[in-house]
Design a protein around this ligand. Structure first.
Ligand code: UDP
Length: 328
């Protein structure tokens, strides 16, 4: 298929572009490069544009005879969404509605959407199944839930076929292509810890050690970005026979902040000093996926199932690219 990836120069998007290409699909990236990297996309596969540029979106879809969209372009920092919600509502909701409009106008009827476990808020039951109530506790999670709802409504009214893929914590780096995680500013736990190992930071701040978890720090389900990417390809192909998919993408294994840091110590051999700070606003204590529905529906299994192999994959990228992509 001919697939447009919005945000395809970003972390998860660029890995999905690579997997789609490998699976024989034709890829085109649409990215405003506000967060993404030109160097993460082959030169002739990039259209630089913004989601709010509705005419450019529509003409790109038409000219390249796009058959499906993977929509990654979004702001995705939980903490910033609490302090600057306006940006999140504008980019993640208004921007996506602009994309959906352009798709309707151009007759593109399939979309794979990057949703998130943050739509569940503080779940009543962990591991989390897709039937868990979605009650987000931060603006980021709410913007993603609003789009899930729009997709369901557009599907009902206009026949849109969609997959809402609820990622847990994307991590690691490509096993085959020279792409990896490079955010500016970096806020994610694993790359920050690895920056300590590289000597770029003195210590790692632990945001809260008084959560109701065994070691008092937050538990997350870290899922390798290549495993997310293969699930996207499978979901796109599944939309041929199924009009709507809502799936958790995780490993089903939780790791606490302290366990992640310990895995980083083992992988890098660096002592990695920690400083315990207060809780970060908007952080639920525990988010771990029950991903059995994705396993069954897509015949998909994550290849990386333990935190150490994920950290080792991230470390290979960070060691080889200590300052990230060289397009800064
Ligand atoms: N975290 C931390 N110190 C940091 C960055 C993150 O303790 O410098 C914690 C954060 O509070 C959360 C977990 O690590 O419990 C994962 O955070 P991250 O930002 O990587 O992903 P999120 O879960 O917010 O999507």
């Amino acid at each position: 298929m001919r697939v447009l990836l919005t945000g395809g120069a970003g972390y998860v998007g660029s890995h999905a572009a690579w997997m789609l290409h490998r699976a024989g699909h034709e890829v085109l990236v649409y990215d405003n490069l506000s967060e993404g990297h030109r160097a993460a996309v082959p030169e002739d596969r990039l259209v630089v544009g913004d989601l709010m540029d509705r005419p450019l979106l529509e003409s790109t879809l038409r000219e390249h005879q796009i058959e499906a969209v993977m929509h990654f372009a979004a702001l995705a920092y939980v903490g910033v969404s609490v302090t600057n919600p306006a940006e999140y509502y504008q980019n993640n909701i208004v921007g996506t509605l602009s994309l959906l409009d352009a798709m309707r106008a151009a007759g593109v009827e399939r979309i794979v959407f990057s949703s998130t476990c943050a739509t569940y808020g503080e779940p009543e039951t962990v591991p989390i199944t897709e039937s868990e109530k979605q009650v987000p506790i931060n603006p980021y999670g709410f913007t993603k839930l609003a789009i899930e709802r729009a997709l369901a409504d557009y599907s009902h009214a206009y026949g849109l076929r969609y997959a809402a893929l609820r990622y847990f914590n994307a991590s690691g780096a490509s096993a085959e292509s020279p792409i990896g995680e490079d955010h500016e500013p970096e806020t994610h736990l694993i790359p920050l810890v690895l920056q300590v190992a590289l000597g770029q930071r003195e210590n790692i701040k632990v945001f809260g050690d008084d959560y109701p978890t065994p070691d008092g720090t937050c538990i997350r389900d870290y899922i390798h970005v290549d495993d997310l990417a293969t699930a996207h390809v499978a979901a796109l192909e599944k939309l041929q026979s199924t009009p709507a998919l809502k799936l958790n993408l995780g490993t089903g294994n939780g790791a606490s902040v302290l366990e992640v840091i310990e895995a980083c110590r083992r992988v890098t051999g660096h002592p990695i000093p920690i400083v315990v700070e207060g809780r970060r606003e908007g952080d639920p204590p525990q988010l771990v996926a029950d991903a059995s529905l994705a396993n069954e529906t897509l015949a998909w299994q994550p290849r990386y199932t333990d935190i150490e192999s994920i950290v080792a994959s991230a470390w290979r990228w960070h060691e080889a690219h200590p300052h990230g992509f060289d397009d800064r």
